[in-house]
Design a protein around this ligand. Structure first.
Ligand code: NAP
Ligand code: MG
Length: 402
């Protein structure tokens, strides 16, 4: 069989620990035998980030902006323990944070749904994608402990010295305050990324905040979304037969639980943090969750939602067998390959991505899966396999399909 040819390189961001091991296995078993894989390789493994003073992370993001599509392996975000473990020159920032700051994107997280791994919520039949705004609010807040009686105010001083003041509270005794912000430009990017992603995937878009209580802050989110929708997307949505609607977050939660799934739920930063964990857990497993960063100009980076699975990696280093789930990492690759195929008009590449996803899902639905899924599946006579044997089982299924 001739291997599928690519025209533009994918930006490949390699990573750390167990996911780095899976990354190589996936390439060797599931990609290189079938595709004349063209990637521009960036090693974001912690050792190489340290050697380059983290320049490699910046370079990989710039390359992503140039080529439009990237696929990323999970990476370590260093903490004090990691600085010691890897003898780092400094405690580098989260690579995802660095990449997100350069691409200015929104993160979309969607579960991979398979028969036999049943959602906790009975009515859910299709995936629910969470779109999380990744800037500001409580994540960039200033806080203060109020020691005793006194007056707390918000003050804005314009460049010309003019001031606006708002009373927060007149305290009789000790308390706490918090000041947070967001940027209209960031909310606009968030809105456009959500509208584009809805059009790209043919799904409805829901957006919810607490605008009835937060009449200026949350209400601005609501207004910015609506203005951009009316001006730029209304016709496109009608043409695509999809819907955008805004509702209060309490109402959204009730509707989500009663729904069948199959839509995008856009959330403010904190809501998205909490709701994506809730949705992932209720769909079965964090190891079955994909994550896509979409920039307002359409630049896209695919990855798994989980981390580097450190505990499994130490077992692997000890020569012990691991049973680490590679599904989300496989789907990061298929997402990126399909997107490249669409942009470069290579239908064979899109078809390959579809078939590799089908082979992966079929393998699980026919009873071969890693231990994390074997523990929660409703299927009987399950064959729980190790990391490598799962990927080999997918390969054999893929060869049948091709
Ligand atoms: P994690 O790697 O997601 O793993 C947490 C636990 O979840 C694992 O120990 C494992 O449970 C289970 N798990 C996660 N993915 C799995 C998979 N594919 N197959 C089977 N089980 C899986 O999170 P962490 O241990 O908190 O973080 C490890 C490192 O990852 C950290 O250095 C962190 O900075 C980094 N991280 C990176 C990203 C990213 O690059 N996007 C995201 C999150 C975390 P059992 O041990 O019980 O089997
Ligand atoms: Mg969280």
């Amino acid at each position: 069989m001739d291997r599928i040819k690519m025209t533009t390189p994918l930006v490949e961001m390699d990573g750390d620990e167990m996911t780095r091991i899976l990354w190589q296995m996936i390439k060797d078993e599931l990609l290189i035998p079938f595709i004349d894989l063209k990637t521009e390789y960036y090693d974001l493994g912690l050792k190489h980030r340290d050697e380059t003073g983290d320049q490699v992370t910046v370079d990989s993001a710039l390359a992503t902006r140039k080529y439009g599509v990237a696929v990323k392996c999970a990476t370590i975000t260093p903490n004090a323990a990691r600085v010691k473990e890897y003898d780092l020159k400094e405690m580098y920032k989260s690579p995802n944070g660095t990449i997100r700051a350069i691409l200015d994107g929104t993160v979309f997280r969607a579960p991979i749904v398979v028969n036999g791994i049943e959602p906790t919520v009975r009515t859910w039949k299709k995936p629910i994608t969470i779109a999380r705004h990744a800037y500001g609010d409580v994540y960039k807040a200033s806080e203060m402990v109020i020691p005793g009686a006194g007056k707390a105010e918000i003050v804005f001083t314009a460049e010309d010295g003019q001031q606006k003041k708002e009373l927060i509270h007149t305290f009789d005794g000790p308390g706490i305050v918090q000041g947070m912000h967001n940027l209209c430009s960031s909310i606009e990017s968030f809105a456009r990324s959500c509208f584009n992603y809805a059009l790209d995937t043919g799904q409805d878009l829901w957006f919810a905040t607490k605008d009835t209580i937060s009449k200026q802050y949350d209400h601005s989110f609501k207004d910015i979304f609506q203005d951009i929708f009316d001006a730029e997307y209304k016709d496109k949505f009608e043409e695509a037969g999809i819907e955008y609607f805004y509702t209060l977050i309490d109402d959204a939660v009730a509707r989500v639980i009663r729904s069948e799934g199959g839509y995008i739920w856009a959330c403010k930063n904190y809501d998205g943090d909490v709701m994506s964990d809730m949705v992932a857990t209720a769909f079965g497993s964090l190891a079955m969750m994909t994550s896509v960063l979409v920039a307002p100009d359409g630049t896209t980076e695919y990855e798994a939602a989980h981390g580097t699975v450190q505990r499994h990696y130490y077992k692997h280093l000890n020569g012990e067998e691991t049973s680490t789930n590679s599904v989300a990492t496989i789907f990061a690759w298929t997402g990126a390959l399909r997107k490249r195929g669409k942009l470069d008009d290579i239908p064979e590449l899109c078809r390959f991505a579809d078939l590799l996803e089908k082979a992966t899902i079929d393998t699980i639905e026919e009873g071969t899966m890693t231990k994390d899924l074997a523990l929660i599946t409703t299927l009987e006579n399950v064959n729980a396999v190790n990391s490598e044997d799962f990927i080999k089982a997918v390969r054999s299924k893929l060869e049948d399909l091709l």
